[in-house]
Design a protein around this ligand. Structure first.
Ligand SMILES: Nc1ncnc2c1ncn2[C@@H]1O[C@H](COP(=O)(O)OP(=O)(O)OP(=O)(O)O)[C@@H](O)[C@H]1O
Ligand SMILES: [Mg+2]
Length: 416
């Protein structure tokens, strides 16, 4: 998002009162909000609590016995494939749908039967639906006029909200005179002007092109830090979730699969679905041959006889010898070497090694992706940074014989 495009910007003076940056209740400072997103007070009342909520539409169970606590001031993302219940969950929080069973609490209060306009949440939708007969200021001030705010109050708060989304100077523009990204920022300002405790965003960047999306992602995250409001952001784009979130909630078929910081999900996905949905993985079917409870590791063996020691990522997994598991290996983990490296045949302690043959290399700009046929591990995808340093590793051609070596740490042992 460009910040220089502010034609005719009047020098925007602030009074001492700067309240568009703050939710109406006890307002966290910027620093506190940052803290809140990293170390959540387990005794604090969550902004949103979903307790055993199920939502059925006739014979479709859109949300299935879901429980979730959303910490104040954090950036949450609901991530999952189409139809997994993301929008339905958001609509129940906003009050547009009622749970079939279970309870939703906002700031500790049950909200069953409370209509949307009486909940201190605002929603930004994918199709931002600005009012075409109003200019930018009038669009942003709409909610305030509904609440009978004074003209002076409206002008001040609209000015602050527009500054927040970097659209000062655009007050008089008509909506059709704005780019897609600018329209989306007007929609954001319109939601923020009401000082919601929680802002719900349903794929708000879906209509934008890739580059603008990425810019808006960074802007949105920055904005969230600035205002300290809790964001719940719905997306089926893992990159978007990884870029912005303090907590990603991965959903499938109306159920939460895992929630955690992006790094946790990437490093310790608890099952095959999460490992495949957050980033990409090579999946090897294997059987447990031994468990080391002290280190939380398992030894697993593929049908072709490859033995791997790996981390059991799901703390609730109760694995035993003989169980079928999947071992996931991220494509950046294996180091590929030509045979001239004269690698020893046996893998060093703490590593896994296989030999193979390059099937194909695909140039991806910043990376090369190899498909490598191996005898023991089948076809593996390996990615390598495209380093241009003179001493960097050389590229490999089709048919070349190579070894692949990776740390056992990179073997993620997942229940199937
Ligand atoms: N009003 C409705 N009536 C009947 N079924 C519905 C209704 N709303 C949603 N569903 C169904 O509930 C399930 C979950 O839908 P939902 O819109 O929550 O998915 P989503 O995760 O937001 O998907 P997408 O990424 O495609 O937006 C789907 O099977 C959908 O068809
Ligand atoms: Mg949806």
């Amino acid at each position: 998002m460009t910040t220089s495009a502010t034609p005719n910007t009047p020098a925007h003076e602030h009074g001492g009162d700067h309240d568009v940056h703050r939710p109406a209740t006890a307002a966290p400072t910027h620093a506190e909000a940052e803290d809140a997103s990293h170390q959540v007070d387990p005794h604090a009342i969550p902004d949103v609590a979903i307790v055993d909520v199920t939502k059925r539409f006739d014979d479709v169970t859109a949300v299935d016995a879901m429980s979730l606590s959303v910490a104040s001031g954090a950036f949450y993302s609901f991530l999952g494939p189409s139809g997994c219940g993301k929008t339905t969950t958001l609509r129940m929080i906003a009050g547009f749908e009622q749970p079939t069973s279970g309870e939703i609490y906002l700031a500790g209060e049950p909200v069953a039967g409370v209509p949307p306009y009486r909940r201190n949440v605002n929603t930004v939708f994918q199709h931002y639906a600005l009012f075409p007969h109003m200019n930018v200021s009038q669009n942003v001030g709409y909610g305030l006029r509904q609440k009978k705010a004074s003209k002076a109050d409206e002008a001040r708060r609209v000015g602050e909200a527009l500054e927040l989304v970097r659209l000062s100077g655009y007050e008089q523009r008509r909506t059709w005179e704005l780019s897609g990204g600018q329209q989306q920022r007007v929609a954001l300002a319109r939601a923020l002007v009401n000082h919601p405790t929680v802002l719900l965003l349903d794929e708000p960047l879906g209509a934008l092109d890739r580059k603008l999306r990425h810019e808006m992602q960074i802007e949105l995250k920055q904005l969230q830090r600035e205002v300290g409001i809790t964001f719940i952001y719905v997306t089926h784009d893992q990159e978007e979730a990884l870029t912005m979130s303090d907590v990603i909630v991965v959903m499938r078929d109306g159920r939460i699969q895992q929630q955690g910081h992006p790094e946790d999900l990437y490093e310790r996905p608890v099952n095959r679905f999460v490992a495949g949905f957050v980033g990409t993985s090579n999946f090897l079917a294997a059987k447990v041959v031994g468990i080391d409870a002290a280190t939380g590791t398992a030894t697993a063996e593929t049908e072709s006889g490859l033995r791997m020691i790996g981390r059991i990522t799901d703390p609730d997994a109760r694995l035993a010898a003989g169980d079928e598991v999947t071992v996931a290996i991220r494509p950046e983990a294996p180091v590929v070497e030509g045979l001239e490296a004269a690698a020893p045949i046996a893998a060093a302690d703490g590593t896994t090694r296989v030999t193979g043959q390059i099937k194909q290399g695909t140039y991806l700009g910043d990376m090369i992706e190899y498909q490598i046929d191996t005898e023991l591990a089948g076809s593996l995808v390996v990615r390598r940074q495209n380093v241009r340093a003179a001493a960097g590793p050389r590229a490999f051609g089709p048919g070349e014989a190579v070894t692949l070596t990776w740390n056992d740490e990179a073997n993620l042992v997942l229940g199937t």
